[in-house]
Design a protein around this ligand. Structure first.
Ligand code: ADP
Length: 308
């Protein structure tokens, strides 16, 4: 195989209470990426189609960072040319950099003849995330690579668990078109939390996992609460409280920040409710100058897909 074209889905990470340890992919939007082997043993990014400025330098673009690390680990058997069509706006909170990192890990592994296993791919993809945010986190790249609802119980060593989830759980994404860099959104977080908040948060994580596995919607709803990151990060999102209030009033089980924002996500039982939640959130922005994008999607069972 000399060339491969893939689709890589956007992802919701944190999922309210699971900061850095939980995430799932949605069906759209996503990035399309083409990887072609080249004889010169170098990684080059020849094209990035995106409204925002994304680096073409392979040492700065996350897809280049990941590809270079993988090829170097295999003693550079060949080089790779990468073309990226960004369907996911950078700085959105729905895993734009994570998608490019995951797509690179998956596709370069294919070109190498599937030499790396699942955890190794996630570890390589995390290098892309680290290169821009300074932190090694897998809650976007793991679900983008593996599909489904992914729990990361530990990073040292890396552990990945596919959680069962109810098939009629739907996700609404509301993305105000303001940009928040993951790096900045991490820097404003408090470095320490009280024991009281910690107990609250780990109770919610346990409740959400149990709720998903037992298909207990009331428990899912009660557990979709974040007392650590949301109180601080929500201040960066215009009308966050109104969006959350209206989403819940329209029937969402819960609503919080997707990743580090500004996108919000809500989970609902059934597509119809998720659509009503979308309309309710759109109404909040009706008279605002700020643009927005919204999506309704099932939780995607599949991660990276081959297009050709
Ligand atoms: P998101 O949460 O949407 O992924 P991030 O803030 O984590 O947003 O990532 C966006 C940053 O990563 C921007 O500074 C962007 O220039 C940089 N970046 C580097 N390569 C890529 C890429 N292939 N796709 C998206 N962003 C990239």
């Amino acid at each position: 195989m000399d060339e491969i074209k893939v689709f890589v889905p956007a992802t919701v990470s944190n999922v309210a209470c699971g900061f850095d340890i939980m995430g799932f992919p949605i069906e759209e939007p996503g990035d399309e990426m083409i990887f072609r082997k080249r004889e010169e043993k170098e990684v080059v990014i020849t094209h990035v189609d995106c409204n925002e400025e994304i680096p073409l330098d392979a040492r700065k673009n996350v897809a280049g960072v990941v590809s270079r690390a993988m090829l170097e680990a295999q003693e550079l058997p060949f080089g790779v040319e990468i073309r990226i069509n960004k369907g996911i706006r950078p700085g959105s909170g729905i895993g734009s950099s994570g998608a490019s990192s995951a797509g690179a890990a998956w596709a370069v592994n294919r070109l190498l003849g599937d030499v790396f296993g699942e955890k190794e791919l996630v570890s390589f993809a995390m290098l892309g995330e680290q290169s821009i945010s300074g932190a090694l986190h897998a809650d976007n790249v793991a679900p983008a690579l593996l599909g489904g609802f992914i729990l990361i119980p530990g990073y040292d060593p890396l552990e990945l668990v596919r959680l069962h989830f109810p098939s009629d759980l739907y996700c609404t994404i509301f993305h105000p078109q303001v940009e928040i860099r993951t790096k900045d959104a991490r820097e404003i977080l408090k470095k320490e939390i009280s024991l009281r908040d910690a107990v609250h948060q780990w109770g919610n994580v346990a409740g959400l996992v149990a709720g998903l596995m037992q298909e207990d919607y009331a428990l899912i709803a009660r557990s979709m609460e974040d007392v650590v990151a949301e109180p601080v990060r929500s201040l960066l999102i215009p009308s966050f409280d109104a969006l959350k209030r209206e989403a819940t009033a329209a029937g969402a089980l819960g609503c919080s920040i997707s990743g580090s924002g500004p996108a919000l996500f809500a989970l609902s039982r059934g597509r119809e409710t998720a659509e009503q939640v979308r309309s309710a959130m759109e109404k909040v922005y009706e008279d605002k100058e700020i643009g927005w994008k919204s999506y309704v999607s099932a939780i995607a069972g599949e991660g990276v897909k081959i297009l050709s």
